[in-house]
Ligand binder design. Structure first.
Ligand SMILES: N[C@@H](CCC(=O)N[C@@H](CS)C(=O)NCC(=O)O)C(=O)O
Length: 205
């Protein structure tokens, strides 16, 4: 199995976390985003939208991180990351969708402004950070309410939904806006719980 991705990419990290949780090793083939390798014909042949990650499993190619993590969870042995109970599974899907629709974009925007642009010597814009923080805050308020009295997004079971949020919560930490997490007690306790897992420690170190 090969993952075409980058160790610092949020979407790749979701996939690597699932692999680590399942106790499975795959070959990470680094696509050099700084050099634009994701837009070269070789990579476009794997991913027509020119982004990462891509999974190659024998003669099967799959792109889109949330599709890849579902595939890996079903395919690989090891602990299941999908609840079996109907409503818990539906909640997992709901929170995967919330992450994609209302959380990942503003969280990544903050990381670009606060971390990646300065790293590349590019000008950042604090007004973009402020607007993105407001969007993140709104989403985390909803998550905080949902996490009151339950350990994980889908209920009592750690699932793909929790994994899909982790790289974006980490964006907030590296961007020095972790108050967005810490100011919300249920989100803060959940982040502490999930980020302490060995799989995440392996992927984020
Ligand atoms: N919806 C896609 C998003 C993929 C994506 O945006 N990947 C980023 C890295 S996390 C990327 O390749 N960025 C480079 C670019 O946009 O050119 C997924 O979930 O896989």
């Amino acid at each position: 199995m090969k993952i075409y991705g980058h160790p610092m990419s949020t979407c790749t990290r979701k996939v690597l976390t699932v692999l680590a949780e399942k106790g499975h090793d795959a070959q990470l083939v680094v696509v050099d985003l700084m050099k634009g390798a994701q837009k070269q014909p070789e990579h476009l042949a794997r991913h027509p939208f020119g982004v990462i990650p891509v999974l190659e499993d024998g003669d099967f190619t799959l792109y889109e991180s949330r599709a890849i993590i579902r595939y890996l969870d079903q395919k690989l042995p090891g602990p299941s990351l999908t609840p079996t109970e109907l409503r818990a599974k539906a909640l997992m899907d709901q929170w995967l969708s919330v992450e994609q629709s209302y959380f990942s974009t503003p969280a990544v925007k903050i990381a670009f402004q606060r971390v990646f642009y300065p790293m590349r010597g590019q000008q950042s814009d604090e007004s973009v950070v402020e607007a993105a923080k407001a969007e993140v805050a709104r989403t985390l308020d909803v998550a905080d309410k949902a996490l009151a009295g339950q350990e994980y997004l889908a209920g009592s079971t750690y699932s793909l939904a929790d994994i899909s949020w982790m790289p974006y919560l980490h964006c907030l930490v590296i961007s020095k806006v972790e108050d967005l997490i810490n100011d919300r007690p249920n989100v803060a306790a959940w982040w502490k719980r999930i980020s302490a897992r060995p799989a995440w420690a392996k992927v984020s170190s």
